[in-house]
Write a new protein. Structure first.
Length: 292
């Protein structure tokens, strides 16, 4: 049997939400306190007929280390075990809405939740925002300006029109166009890192740090985008400078002004996700208490 290590202070006890690593995913269950674990049986790819069952600790671990999910606020042990035992023999496994982590979390808190699913959903949603931003930027460039198309004059006209919405010029255009995707990315990040009283204090604080960082990252990237255009251009933020600056930025990926504009527009959305999630992970690692 694998070594039983814990992320909590103290040992593993009856009613604990335990889990083991299976490489690219983690498998979860509830320690019954008698050498057995109540969990969804089966492995990925063979879960169609998965059943909640009581297995020996040895079978659950399969040689891996046993870890304990730490909680802040959770229900008492008897309530947890009553829930777990009441589901023995039931089926209905679903990777997204009713997996082994959902089950163990529900037993401990009365709420269905899966950090694995939440993380995967976040990556998918952020990817969708990034992809939509890239596709939409070209369309906006060709449709907004007084000069049609995505030629140099067309792009400058579109940026000038967008920037004019906030009383600015073409230099403010990328920031204005990038507001919606940045806001969407911030919203997704905040949803993924939302507060949850069932989590331990260090995790809740790390989530707060990540939410704040997502806003800061988007804002800094917006300001940085304008600065990059000025620095890359030949004459600052004049029309010629903006044109040459966007072309220079676009050339870094083998494109031109359209590519440069897309990079500057998409950067705040990417920064909101990357900085927010990155700060969360670093903060979580830094705040995490040492193992007992």
């Amino acid at each position: 049997m694998g070594a039983r290590t814990s992320d909590t202070v103290g040992g593993v006890a009856r009613g604990d939400h335990i889990y083991v690593s299976r490489g690219i995913y983690t498998h979860h269950g509830v320690d019954a306190g008698d050498g057995t674990v109540i969990h969804f049986t089966g492995e990925p790819g063979a879960k169609r007929n998965a059943t909640i069952a009581r297995s020996s600790m040895t079978d659950f671990l399969q040689g891996a280390q046993c870890k304990v999910r730490r909680y802040g606020k959770r229900d008492d042990v008897d309530t947890t075990m009553t829930r777990a035992e009441s589901q023995i023999g039931t089926t209905g496994y679903h990777l997204i809405v009713n997996n082994c982590e959902h089950f163990a979390t529900w037993c401990c808190t009365g709420r269905m939740a899966s950090q694995q699913v939440r993380g995967a959903t976040s990556l998918t949603a952020h990817g969708a925002v990034a992809g939509t931003t890239v596709a939409a930027t070209t369309g906006v460039m060709g449709a907004v300006g007084a000069v049609a198309g995505v030629s140099g004059p067309g792009i400058m006209s579109a940026l000038g029109t967008a920037g004019g919405l906030v009383g600015g010029g073409a230099a403010a255009g990328p920031a204005v166009i990038g507001v919606l995707p940045a806001a969407a990315s911030i919203g997704i990040t905040h949803r993924v890192l939302r507060d949850d009283e069932s989590l331990p204090d260090d995790d809740r604080q790390a989530r707060r740090d990540g939410r704040i960082a997502s806003i800061a990252g988007a804002g800094a990237s917006t300001v940085g985008g304008v600065a990059a255009i000025s620095a890359a251009g030949t004459t600052g933020l004049s029309a010629v400078g903006i044109t040459s600056g966007l072309a220079t930025i676009g050339a870094t990926v083998g494109g031109g002004m359209v590519a440069g504009t897309t990079i500057v527009v998409a950067a705040p959305a990417v920064a909101a996700a990357g900085v927010g999630l990155g700060v969360f992970l670093v903060s979580k690692r830094w705040r995490k208490p040492p193992r007992a």
